[in-house]
Design a protein around this ligand. Sequence first.
Ligand SMILES: [Zn+2]
Ligand SMILES: [Zn+2]
Length: 448
Amino acid sequence: MKPEVWHRSPGNRGSLVWFLANFLLVSRRSPEQRESIGPCSAIRCWCALLLLMIASSCHIMDPSASRDEPYTGIAYRFPYRVMHRIAGADGILWQLDPAGCPLDSEMAEGAIETAMQSWNLAGTCSFRRAEATEAATVTISWKDADHGRPCVRFGISSELVAHIATAPTSGDPTPFSIHLNASVDWTLEKVPVKMARSGTGLNVAMRFQPSLPAVIAHEAGHVLGLGHVLIEGSVMHPLHLEAAGSPGEPDLMAVRSLYGGGDTSSADDMEICCVDPQGKPHLAAPIIRGLTPCDRVRIHLFDIDSDGTDEIVLLGRGRASDGSGLLFLKFKAGALLERTIGPFPGALSGSLPLAVGKNGAGDTVLAQNPDDTKRSYLALVIPVGGPPLRPLLPGERWKSASGGGGDEDGDGTLDQPISGVAECGWADLDGDGVKELIRRGGERSPDR
Ligand SMILES: [Zn+2]
Ligand SMILES: [Zn+2]
């Protein structure tokens, strides 16, 4: 589901901390300990945070006590997130309602047009201004800070200079809208202009003039389906002062993964292939770019959210950081990328074998054994339908589907050693009953 309004706002570190803390607490207890601890969530929260602080200072959070190669650096930060795919990405029509423009109207219009065109990549995606007779997909308009219902008001915070909204919440006739806050002081420069602290009213709170071209490029990225990412050089950084002024390399990798185009694959890419009767693989969908450097990110294939079709499940090696960890990719008809879920940093180790199973409710259980001299384990539950993820509950039973493991009596010890699920191979990403071959890019030159 698409959110109806996306604000520019920081990431969700708070929930990450809470998740990690809970995960560590439950997973690292023996069954006896689990039972002896009461349900006082305040104490639990405290302990969890304490544990997390200790963990972050000595790295016990990374249970990669090296079954595999001992990569101990920061885990790979996935360079983009995908929220949706838009039909007809190459030639999206937009229209502008100049009413209420706080800048020179003609100059603002020119800046908006140039910024929309910054996404124009032949054969991948592009924006074009709609003629009067054409039905546009995107409306760009100026709104008061509290334009309220049916849309939502802008905040006073520095991030809330613009948002994207979808019909009917937007109040506009087009499927997508970019609402610009007419109450702030904009610049037509390509980057935001920092201002002295002196001033009155909103200028004090803002301390910079947002760049109209940079904000338009960011919001147009949302229209194309890109989510926020804390990556340098990306126009999709949630903080305006940190974001690139126009689409950067991470953003181009994202739109090419969604809509195609670009060169042959590199070692950081993934290919989704179909195989002809002679057994020869051919690219079946756009190359998924830049998510899977081979020494740093593992590629697994299984139905992680129990929706009946397989997902590509990526797991980074190394120490958890914002934007790294477990990421899964969902596809629609034609094995076309539709969205990414995650990443969930620190939830699992990219250096330990992974077992995949199901609990009684049909939720997916992912388990790892940080110390193969013992039969205790760490496990994570991905409920039917997807996040929020949660730790396995004390006493919760699960059956292995692949990669060994299982705990069918819920005693907190593994029924069999974890041998690990395979990397790459075959999966039915679009649920059409025909499996695709998923392999790393690079070496070979694919047939098209
Ligand atoms: Zn945004
Ligand atoms: Zn709005």
